[in-house]
Design a protein around this ligand. Structure first.
Ligand SMILES: [Zn+2]
Length: 409
């Protein structure tokens, strides 16, 4: 090429003056939606589009490892919380949820509102649990599949078919089979003892579905104390027998936080051996899994928002940095290393649980990242700054905390 000929663009997008979490400055070169170069700042490259972010901090895309797009009411009218009449009861909460869903905006509209909010807060991947219930049929799944397709350029959405009563509600097993055959990615179960009244038979059903359809498992486990520990032990045994290591999640697993540390240690070791990940959102005033002892035992612990402005509680807005702060706050995380764990739970740990193979700020990974005004990752957790810019596969999906509809084109 002659010296004065214009250089052809090497990258689709070049981010200059990017400060990575370890404080080093880089240029991030993106081509075909992937990070293909992380050069030092003094290099020179050409690109179709170049954005100088002025030394701002870049974090990997945030991952919401557990939410409920179909039952949130984020942009609906304010709905006053309805407590259970006689203490917390999953069956009664589901009945209240059903009443709200029937009187609310269509599933697709409510889900879209939360997706846009989550993206504006830096989420680039999420796992959502969708109601599989005889009263709804596959309506919720169909709506969420449509939302996933509509927003696929802004966020990756993994769908859990959440069985609301595999044993106690006639028709749910058949609906689960239809859901898994028509787009749901993961088998979801619910309280084998407290809701289904039979731990073994519920787990038989969930694991049989996973094996038949070649899917992973994500089980809502509110069942507490030693009963909950027993269920986790059974999940670990079955996971290893089925060769599903790394593909099984226990969401909430309150039991791990309800028994003395010595009592949960054996279960933690078995969870680690089975590669079972634990999801927590550090909910309200409820005991939740002890994060650091579980990680020390080799268990992958990650975060999700879970309920957002729904019939279960009035909190949340889809922000995973806020969730990291809440988990850190409730866990008593003060040191830099501890605050980094809270962030990891919303980034690398969640990506591991969701088996996102091309994740991270490294060459070859998807170009999913978030630019924030913070000195370091620790400050990002405690200050939850407005997201300066969010990128999904190298496209700017949000700017200054506002979703960019242009990213969908
Ligand atoms: Zn949930």
């Amino acid at each position: 090429m002659a010296k004065d000929e214009p250089r052809m663009p090497v990258f689709d997008l070049l981010i200059t003056n990017a400060r990575l979490p370890d404080q080093s400055l880089h240029m991030i070169g993106v081509r075909n939606g992937r990070i293909v170069s992380l050069d030092p700042p003094e290099g020179f490259d050409t690109a179709t589009e170049t954005i100088d972010i002025g030394g701002r901090l870049v974090l990997p895309g945030l991952v919401d490892g557990h939410n409920h797009l179909d039952t949130n009411f984020l942009r609906d009218v304010w709905r006053s919380h309805e407590p259970c009449k006689d203490g917390f009861n999953v069956g009664e909460r589901l009945a209240i949820q059903k009443k709200w869903v029937m009187s609310g905006a269509p599933v697709e509209a409510r889900a879209a509102a939360l997706v846009e909010r989550a993206v504006s807060r830096g989420t680039t991947s999420m796992r959502t649990h969708v109601e599989i219930d005889p009263d709804f049929g596959l309506h919720h799944l169909e709506a969420i599949l449509a939302v996933r397709d509509r927003y696929r350029r802004a966020v990756s959405i993994e769908i859990v078919a959440l069985a609301r009563g595999l044993l106690v509600r006639p028709g749910v097993m058949e609906l689960m089979q239809a859901a898994l055959a028509s787009g749901a990615d993961i088998v979801g179960g619910l309280d084998p003892a407290g809701f289904e009244m039979n731990v073994d038979r519920h787990l038989d059903g969930v694991f049989a579905l996973a094996e038949r359809y070649g899917k992973g498992i994500d089980l809502h486990l509110h069942d507490g104390g030693h009963l909950g520990l027993h269920t986790l032990e059974q999940m670990a045994r079955r996971t290893r027998a089925a060769g599903l290591e790394g593909q099984v999640v226990a969401s909430h697993a309150y039991a791990l936080g309800e028994v003395p540390l010595e009592a949960m240690q054996r279960t933690a070791d078995n969870l680690a051996r089975a590669g079972i990940s634990i999801m927590t959102n550090a909910p309200g005033d409820h005991p939740f899994p002890p994060v650091l002892p579980l990680i020390a035992a080799g268990v992958n612990v990650f975060a999700g928002n879970d309920d957002i402005r729904d019939s279960w509680w009035p909190y949340g807005d889809g922000d995973m940095l806020e969730r990291a702060m809440m988990i850190g706050y409730r866990s008593g995380f003060f040191t830099d290393d501890e605050l980094l764990v809270a962030l990891d739970m919303t980034t690398a740990n969640a990506a591991q649980a969701l088996q996102l193979g091309d994740y991270g700020l490294k060459t070859g990974a998807a170009a999913d990242f978030v630019v924030v005004e913070a000195a370091n990752p620790q400050e990002a957790v405690v200050a939850r700054p407005i997201r300066w810019a969010v990128f999904k596969a190298g496209r700017m999906s949000a700017r200054d905390g506002v979703f960019n509809p242009g990213a969908l084109r």
